[in-house]
Ligand binder design. Structure first.
Ligand code: BGC
Length: 307
C-alpha cells in the first residue's frame, strides 16, 4: 500500500473555550506584591512526549514576554506526584495555576486546594472533570477523532469490509474519550452496515507506546495478518503499534493513523510506515493559555493587594 501523507492543519478546528475569568480574592496580603512579577505555576502530566515539551516551551516564552515568572513541574504520569506538585506550587504562593492533568478526575482535588488558597486554575488542553475551573482551553478534540476516522474510511478497500484495530488513549484523559467520540461519529454507521469490522480494540494506559504495542500484538494474535488498518489515537501509540507491525513484516502494509505531527511520526510518514498525522497549532493554544493565565495571575495579585 502506498503510504499517503495527510497533515491536517487543524487551525480551522481550534476551539478555544474561554470561560468566565473570575479573579479569586481572599488570600493574605503579600507586601508590595503589585510591584512584583506575577507568578504562575505550571503542572504538567509528562514531558516524555515531544508535544508537551513544545507546549511548555511556548508557554514559558510567552509568559516571560508578558512579564510573568513561571515555575513548571512534570509529574511523570503519576497522580500522587501531580497532586504533590500542585501543593508545593500553592505553598510557593503562585498567583495562578495551569494544570495539564494526568488524570482529569483525580485533579479535581488539586483545583479545590488551589481555590481554598485563593488561586485561580486554568485547565490546559485536558479537562479536569467535576471541578469549578476558572478556565479551560483546548482544541476541538471530537473533530480530531472525526478526521482520523475519515482518513481510514476514505482509504478502505473496495468491494469488501475494512478490518480495523482501534487503539484508544489513556482512560484517565478526557480527551481520549473525545477522540473516540469523534471516531465513533464517523465509524458507527459503517460498523452497523457491516462495511467496517472491528477486529480488536483497547485503551492504551497512560498513552504509552509500549502499551499500544501490546494491543497491536494482541490483535495480531487474534486475527493474524488479516486486518487492514490501525486507528491509533496519537503519534505515540501509532509508534508502538508500528513497532509490532515491523516485527511481523507488516509495516507499510497496514494503514496507521496518528495525531500531534511529532517529528518521529513525520519521519514514519516519509518512510511509509505511518499513513497520516494531525497537526494541531500548539503555538496558538500555548500562547493564548499564557496570556490568559497572566491575566488571571495579575487579577488575583491585585485583589490580594487591595483586599
Ligand atoms: C492530547 C494529545 C496527546 C495525548 C497524549 C492528549 O490529551 O490531546 O495531543 O497526544 O494527550 O499525551
Amino acid at each position: 500500500m502506498k503510504a499517503r501523507i495527510l497533515l491536517v492543519i487543524a487551525s480551522c478546528v481550534i476551539s478555544i473555550v474561554t470561560g468566565l475569568v473570575i479573579a479569586r480574592g481572599g488570600a493574605s496580603h503579600q507586601g508590595s506584591g503589585a510591584a512584583h512579577r506575577p507568578l504562575i505555576g505550571l503542572s504538567l502530566d509528562t514531558l516524555k512526549e515531544e508535544r508537551w515539551q513544545h507546549d511548555r516551551d511556548i508557554f514559558l516564552a510567552r509568559a516571560k514576554e508578558l512579564g510573568a515568572e513561571v515555575i513548571d513541574q512534570s509529574a511523570n504520569s503519576d497522580d500522587t506526584r501531580q497532586l504533590h506538585d500542585v501543593e508545593s506550587l500553592i505553598t510557593r504562593k503562585v498567583d495562578a495555576l495551569v494544570i495539564i492533568p494526568h488524570n482529569g478526575a483525580a485533579m479535581a482535588k488539586a483545583v479545590n486546594l488551589a481555590h481554598e488558597a485563593g488561586i485561580p486554575v486554568l485547565a490546559y488542553d485536558r479537562l479536569i472533570t467535576d471541578s469549578d475551573l476558572d478556565l479551560y482551553i483546548t482544541f476541538d478534540n471530537v473533530k480530531v477523532g472525526e478526521l482520523q476516522a475519515k482518513f481510514i474510511v476514505e482509504h478502505r478497500p473496495a468491494g469488501r469490509p475494512l478490518r480495523l484495530v482501534r487503539i484508544y488513549g489513556s482512560k484517565t484523559d478526557n480527551n481520549a474519550a473525545l477522540f473516540k467520540k469523534g471516531q465513533d461519529n464517523v465509524l458507527d454507521p459503517l460498523i452497523k452496515s457491516g462495511d467496517i469490522q472491528i477486529v480488536h480494540e483497547d485503551w492504551a494506559e497512560d498513552w504509552r507506546p509500549e502499551n499500544a504495542k501490546k494491543i497491536a500484538n494482541a490483535a495480531i494474535t487474534k486475527a493474524g495478518h488479516n486486518f487492514d488498518a490501525i486507528l491509533a489515537s496519537n503519534d505515540g501509540t501509532a509508534g508502538g503499534a508500528i513497532q509490532a507491525l515491523i516485527e511481523e513484516g507488516l509495516a507499510g502494509k497496514i494503514i496507521v493513523t496518528g495525531q500531534d505531527a511529532e517529528l518521529p511520526a513525520c519521519q514514519r510518514i516519509v518512510n511509509g510506515t505511518q499513513a497520516m498525522t494531525i497537526y494541531k497549532p500548539l503555538k496558538n493554544l500555548a500562547q493564548r493559555a499564557a496570556e490568559l493565565s497572566v491575566k488571571l495571575a495579575r487579577g488575583n495579585r491585585s485583589s490580594r493587594v487591595t483586599s
